[in-house]
Design a protein around this ligand. Structure first.
Ligand code: PLP
Length: 438
């Protein structure tokens, strides 16, 4: 009998589906004329080539600094970068220091690795994670691959719908499934895909609700706060604001880490990918003590430490102020591109399409009226492709949750990687497509 390769695979290997991101990227790469408003990529034009060359030259100038950077490091991350990360987050949280100690900072290969390892640490097959409806679709792919179930919680413009969160938890309690619920995953700043930002009041109320239900669950139900887009705020004086308190800034509320009870219940993940360079791929997590130990052990098995040279690059960028200056530039650039997209949307999209506008990040969210589908198999999506423009069908951002149908009349539209001319052209093409169907 001919050997069957899939018989050699683990259950996880067999189960893992093609991530939607792969075919979206493939489509973009194989059609050179296509304008992609789908990719969550950062803007090529602003990547910090000059700064990084200068800082890497400084690191590699002498054996004294160069050798440690080219050697293996510590699993939890470079000591200096952990301290600088804690300090940076304290500054973003207006000087708050209750939960930002360097001992709880774990440096990872992008925040994606932190998300993956956290799920490995918390969840067995059949466990449940509560997610926003809609949410970051690569996170959903991890759940799918690991056989973890998801339950969607409705999303409003200022974060999750708390009434619905309570209903979902009550339902799980009634069905005896609460003990399988391990965490609520929230993308709290300029959310991927909708651009929504969760208010501090909602984070606080969500944390209280989780605490209320964990008595029945018999274990902590963590709040997993993903702050990947936090620093991509469009605030006019964002650079100035970063030096002082942000408590008064409605677009970037403090993290759930600042709430009382957070040190035991909040897992925070952030990244240097979006504000600095995805190619350096350095992210981090702040975890409750016992979970920190577990995830650190898991990281020991993954890679026993994120690439040291790249950690040193980020540490130097933070310590010299280059990082802050770069972020200020990036923020202005995205704010400008968002304005270009906003006016193109106003000009070309039918008025009946509901647009969610954000105060930062990389995305607009559009909802078509009257049940018109924008899903992968829809006429709208196929016609957009024919007209050489790509968006992310919103349905990909909804978890497989048997308790509700997936909406398919939405689209994520990104201004991250396209230049201003292509943003205008892409939105005009998409607008013309929509006018045929809406
Ligand atoms: C919401 C969200 N979280 C996490 C990530 C992972 O980013 P990285 O691994 O580069 O830190 C992304 C990337 O697009 C994202 O959109």
């Amino acid at each position: 009998m001919k050997p069957n390769a899939s018989n050699a695979l683990s259950a996880l290997g067999r189960r893992t589906a093609v991530p939607p991101i792969s075919w979206l990227m493939q489509t973009a790469l194989t059609r050179p004329k296509l304008i992609s408003l789908a990719a969550g990529f950062t803007d090529n034009a602003t990547l910090p080539v000059g700064i990084s060359r200068k800082l890497l030259n400084e690191i590699l100038r002498s054996p004294k600094t160069g050798r440690p950077a080219l050697q293996y490091g510590i699993t939890a991350g470079e000591t200096n970068l952990r301290a600088l990360t804690a300090k940076h987050l304290q500054k973003l949280d207006g000087g708050h220091d209750r939960a930002h100690s360097p001992e709880r900072v774990l440096i990872t290969g992008g925040s994606q690795q932190l998300l993956y390892m956290t799920l490995e640490a918390l969840c067995d097959e059949g466990d449940i994670i509560l997610v926003e409806d809609p949410t970051y679709f690569v996170f959903l792919s991890i759940l799918q691959s690991r056989g973890i179930k998801a339950r969607g919680v409705k999303l409003e413009r200022d974060g999750i719908d708390l009434v619905h969160l309570e209903q979902v938890l009550e339902r799980l309690k009634k069905s005896g499934e609460l003990r399988r619920v391990k965490a609520l995953y929230l993308v709290t700043y300029f959310q991927n895909p909708t651009g929504a930002t969760t208010s501090l009041a909602k984070k606080s109320a969500a944390l209280k609700l989780l605490k209320k239900f964990e008595r029945t669950a018999g274990h902590p139900i963590y709040l997993l706060e993903d702050a990947a887009y936090r620093e991509l705020s469009f605030g006019r004086d964002a650079a100035l604001r970063r030096q002082s308190s942000q408590r008064d800034d409605p677009t970037t509320p403090p993290t759930a880490l600042t709430l009382s009870g957070a040190p035991e219940r909040v897992i925070y993940t952030g990244t240097y990918s979006k504000p600095y360079a995805p190619g350096a791929r350095v992210g981090f997590g702040i975890l409750p003590k016992p979970l920190f130990t577990t995830v650190q052990r898991i990281k020991g098995n993954h890679d026993f430490g994120t690439a040291n040279l790249l950690q040193q690059l980020l540490a130097r960028a933070l310590a010299t102020g280059h990082y802050d200056r770069h972020v200020a530039k990036v923020q202005k650039n995205y704010a400008r591109k968002a304005r270009v997209m906003k006016s193109a949307l106003a000009e070309h999209f039918p008025a009946s399409v509901e647009i969610w506008e954000s105060g930062g990040g990389l995305y607009f969210w559009a909802r078509l009226p009257g049940g018109i589908s924008a899903g992968v198999k829809s006429k709208v999506f196929q016609s957009a492709l024919k007209n050489d423009v790509l968006y992310v069908p919103g349905e990909l951002c909804y978890a497989d949750d048997p308790s509700r149908a997936k909406p398919d009349n939405e689209m994520r539209i990104s201004f991250g990687s396209a230049n201003e001319e292509n943003i205008r052209k892409g939105i005009a093409r998409l607008g013309n497509v929509l006018k045929k169907f809406v």
